[in-house]
Ligand binder design. Structure first.
Ligand code: GAL
Length: 497
């Protein structure tokens, strides 16, 4: 074999068995909906059909929510050949029919299993059945696998052991020839952020999120400053607990392979509006998958407005794929019912919408205090670690400050969209062409950012002078999110003329 043809053969092998980050999927974090957070095991064909249709009718598909994911409790054992059998009471027409319905709406279909003998709900797991299960899912038209960690027969305890167990399914999925996004759900056990990117498109970094902002729970160990060394991260984790855990591993996500902070709780009723804004904002800033977890059939307008904010989603789907990082964190005495008080600031590089030499910069102020707080951060603090250009060079410019929640959809507009979807509305609701709502199907986020589309830039609040300070008024348990855009200096302006 000539040198070039053996190189080509090696390359072909690499592409076939290579990194999941090279399977072409999740170049930006995946977006979608999963039934688990609001329905648990109560799954059915009708639920998936209804939810998929609402994703389209609410304009969520056109914001990028693409995957409809069926979680645990869908099967009824294996047949004599070892093939998984759907529960025909819940899915009378089988899974391929569900996949067809979802595909007909222009969406993609995700399913769930466990790298164990059983799933967490004690249905048949896929350990030892990886190839046959991957082939079955591919034959049904499945586009996404969420792969859990229950009943793993003790095959955990070191990074290598967990990696090897999950790698069997990675290879089986690749062997189907069908692009199937591979989402690891081993709750952060054995530090998957260190090895997940070699085999998968995302990995959960913690135990299951709960619908609480900062409620401690013995079942979710490792919090605050100690959260970094947590080989067994538990479950029943609060929002701030997961944010703390994420803060130590933000550098691990890359295009095609992301830290997964777990599904969204927005709309599930346990948290306040500012708390839900915090989840949606930080999840976006950290480039976590954005997987909705609410009952779309009863969505409230204020929650639809949160999950529809294209200016925030554009941060999540940013072409740089670079997670924001925490710059500082303070615990305080302004404690709430759970004895917690804190505040923190995150920042990171975003695609340059000014077309200049400087990235746009994301600034996220998180107020975990029990009362509203005026927070501030200097440009120098915010501009740490942005790339090869120094923080000092960045801070020497003036910066336009854009509030990314500034043009949040009004409750009236959101209600109109909800009414239209349920057939109650007589006015002009979402039809895919509204001029004040972003349509990512028509124009990708990358394109919109390149054009500095105003729908992705929030509202301009102020300008900060060189070496200045960004100030934010932040609600109790709330968040302020700004996109800073460089204002060219006089010298640069003259050069352009
Ligand atoms: C958990 C997983 C949840 C959900 C559940 C199903 O282990 O973290 O997201 O999938 O199992 O039983």
């Amino acid at each position: 074999m000539s040198q070039s043809s053996s190189l080509a053969a090696a390359l072909a092998l690499f592409v076939r068995f290579g990194l999941a980050v090279n399977n072409g999927l999740a170049r930006t974090p995946q977006m979608g909906w999963d039934n688990w957070n609001s329905f648990g095991c109560d799954v059915s064909e009708e639920l998936l059909q209804a939810s998929a249709k609402l994703i389209v009718d609410y304009g969520l598909k056109d914001l990028g929510y693409q995957y409809v994911i069926l979680d645990d409790c869908w099967s009824n054992g294996r047949d004599d050949n070892g093939t998984l059998v759907p529960d025909y009471t819940k899915f009378p027409n089988g899974m391929a029919a569900v996949a067809d319905d979802i595909h007909d709406l222009g969406l993609k279909f995700g399913m769930y299993s466990s790298a164990g003998v059983y799933t967490c709900g004690q249905y048949a797991g896929s350990l030892g059945y990886e190839e046959i299960d991957a082939q079955t899912w591919a034959s049904w038209g499945v586009d996404y696998l969420k792969y859990d960690n229950c009943y793993n027969s003790g095959q955990a305890g070191t990074q290598q052991i967990s990696h090897d167990r999950y790698n069997v399914m990675a290879k089986a999925l690749n062997d189907t020839g069908r692009p199937i996004l591979y989402s690891l759900c081993n709750w952060g056990e054995d530090y998957p952020w260190n090895w997940g990117s070699t085999i998968a498109n995302s990995w959960r970094i913690s135990g299951d999120v709960t619908d609480y902002y900062d409620k401690p729970d013995d079942r979710c160990p490792c919090d605050g400053p100690d959260a970094w060394d947590c080989g067994l991260p538990g479950w029943h984790c609060s929002l701030l607990n997961i944010i703390n855990k994420a803060s130590f591993i933000t550098s691990k996500g890359i295009k095609g392979a992301w830290n997964d902070l777990d599904m969204l709780e927005v709309g599930n009723g346990g948290m306040t509006d500012p708390e839900y804004l915090t989840q949606f904002s930080v999840w976006s800033a950290v480039k976590s998958p954005l997987i909705l977890g609410n009952d779309l059939r009863i969505v409230q307008p204020q929650d639809l407005a949160i999950i529809s904010n294209a200016a925030i989603i554009a941060v999540n789907q940013d072409p740089l794929g670079s997670s924001a990082s925490r710059r500082w964190f303070y615990e305080t005495d302004d404690i709430d019912e759970y004895g917690k008080g804190s505040y923190q600031v995150w920042s990171g590089a975003l695609y340059s919408t000014t077309g200049g030499d400087y990235y746009d910069v994301l600034a996220v102020f998180v107020n975990g205090n029990n009362s509203p707080l005026t927070m501030n951060a200097t440009l120098l603090e915010l501009f740490a670690d942005l790339g090869s250009t120094s923080a000092e060079a960045y801070a020497a410019l003036s910066w336009e400050v854009n509030d990314l929640w500034g043009n949040r959809m009004s409750n009236e507009e959101a209600q109109a969209i909800i009414d239209a979807a349920s057939g109650n509305y007589t006015g002009a609701a979402w039809n895919g062409t509204s001029t004040d709502r972003y349509n990512a199907t028509a124009k990708s986020y990358a394109q919109g950012l390149a054009e500095a589309d105003p729908l992705l830039l929030g509202t301009k609040t102020t300008t900060v002078a060189p070496s200045g300070t960004v100030v934010a008024e932040v609600d109790r348990h709330g968040v302020a999110v700004f996109r800073l855009r460089a204002i060219p200096t006089e010298a640069a302006r003259k050069r352009e003329l």
